[in-house]
Design a protein around this ligand. Structure first.
Ligand SMILES: NC(=O)c1ccc[n+]([C@@H]2O[C@H](COP(=O)([O-])OP(=O)(O)OC[C@H]3O[C@@H](n4cnc5c(N)ncnc54)[C@H](O)[C@@H]3O)[C@@H](O)[C@H]2O)c1
Length: 377
């Protein structure tokens, strides 16, 4: 079985963050490798970054896709790691060319682009995974399975959150690249905090509970002077089954790092998971609590999750592995479509979740601008 070859769009340059995380996630299982990239927005910088990474460089994403189409470059999938305003263009070009992809969240810049991309992916059947990294954590997958199996009964309420403190001061004025584009409406979209990490909390609430959000009442704040977009994002949401979700995210929680997690309250029990302690899932039953620990040797994992585990209990599987699991899901889709032997891919987020996330953020922005009025998705 030959390694799948990937080409990255964005992610390069000295100050860049998540490209290198994807590079490691791509390579982690030894069945995939990064071979090419259009790693930056300018042609020269793109070629330079590829030389530093030791991969085949291209001046822009279209040149890389053209090289693949003409047979000059062998590729099995693309990875999009650009700021939000540069997701749709390359994603559409990849899907139109028939190239599978892992695309960063939020899926696009506008809900309209998300709808268009989703329709194209459905029409062409091109494998597409949306990089909600935390959904690759086996314990988050286990929580989703427990809800699906009815282990905690009917879902009444969900509390999901993402607390960060890194934007509690104006880091964008100090030249930090990630802060600059996230707080710039022309590159990030109509919401900073909501689009960036509110979407992770949204996915935790909806993907785990299996319930869509139908309407929201929101309060967005912009605490740091000079910002036009939110750095604090608070939503009360109605779920499809009539339940309630509190979905909140903030970038101004001093001292908080990546405090993402969820609680799901059902009629028979409650689930609780924290990404900063991602190896355990707590199930509360009333008389007693159960703690499930990650480990490839534990037989309580259904096969759909066990096939994503790598090492026995007590050894860490964490952030890189979670993202690698999303690359693994795309790999399974690609190999099975070719008739190769590969385990069943898990139902990780794709275009439907991407569209829902974009519509959720838009409804929250509209609701907040309208004094928290209930706003349908
Ligand atoms: N899933 C997660 O957990 C997670 C975590 C962090 C970031 N992200 C997402 O990853 C994306 C990148 O975020 P980041 O923090 O790594 O940003 P970054 O600023 O560190 O990196 C962005 C990169 O994209 C390049 N770029 C910009 N426009 C481009 C274009 N048109 N063509 C090619 N390259 C271009 C830049 O040169 C830079 O290298 C964002 O969409 C962000 O939401 C996701």
């Amino acid at each position: 079985m030959s390694k799948l070859k990937a080409g990255m769009i964005g992610g390069g340059g000295d100050g860049a963050f998540f490209g290198r995380v994807h590079e490691r996630a791509c390579a982690l299982d030894g069945t995939r490798e990064l071979v090419a990239g259009a790693l930056r927005s300018s042609a020269d910088a793109s070629m330079e970054a590829a030389a530093v990474w030791g991969i085949q460089g291209y001046p822009d994403y279209q040149a890389m896709i053209d090289a693949w189409k003409s047979g000059d470059l062998e590729l099995d999938y693309a990875i999009i790691v650009t700021p939000n305003n540069a997701h749709f263009g390359p994603a559409k070009a990849c899907v139109e060319a028939g190239l599978p992809l892992v695309c960063e969240k939020p899926m696009t810049f506008t809900p309209g682009e998300a709808e268009e991309l989703a329709a194209l992916v459905k029409e062409t059947n091109v494998p597409f995974v949306l990089a909600h990294t935390y959904t690759g954590h086996p314990m988050m997958m286990l929580a989703r399975e427990m809800v699906k199996n009815g282990d905690i009964g009917e879902i009444r309420k969900v509390n999901s959150w993402y607390n960060q403190g890194w934007l509690a001061t104006a880091l964008e004025d100090e030249g930090l690249q990630q802060a600059q584009w996230r707080t710039d409406p022309s590159r990030t979209g109509i919401s900073n905090c909501g689009g960036d990490i509110g979407t992770h909390a949204f996915i935790a609430a909806t993907w785990v509970s299996g319930q869509p959000v139908t309407r929201v009442s929101a309060r967005l704040n912009s605490f740091v002077p000079g910002r036009t977009l939110d750095d604090d994002f608070n939503v009360i949401a109605e779920l499809g089954n009539g339940g309630t979700a509190l979905i909140h995210a903030t970038q101004i929680a001093m001292g908080y790092r990546n405090d993402n997690g969820f609680q799901v309250f059902g009629t028979k029990g409650s689930l609780e998971w924290h990404q900063e302690a991602a190896e355990k899932l707590l199930v509360r039953r009333g008389a007693h609590d159960e703690t499930y620990w990650i480990g490839a040797n534990f037989d309580f994992f259904p096969q759909s999750i066990a096939s994503y585990l790598r090492v026995p209990a007590g050894h860490h599987e964490d952030f890189f592995e979670a993202l690698a699991n999303l690359h693994g899901t795309l790999e399974r889709q690609i190999r099975r479509a070719r008739g190769e032997d590969a385990p069943e891919p898990y139902a990780h987020p794709s275009v439907d979740e991407g569209v829902a996330g974009m519509n959720f953020v838009k409804a929250a922005v509209d609701s907040s601008a309208n004094s928290g009025a209930w706003t349908d998705l």
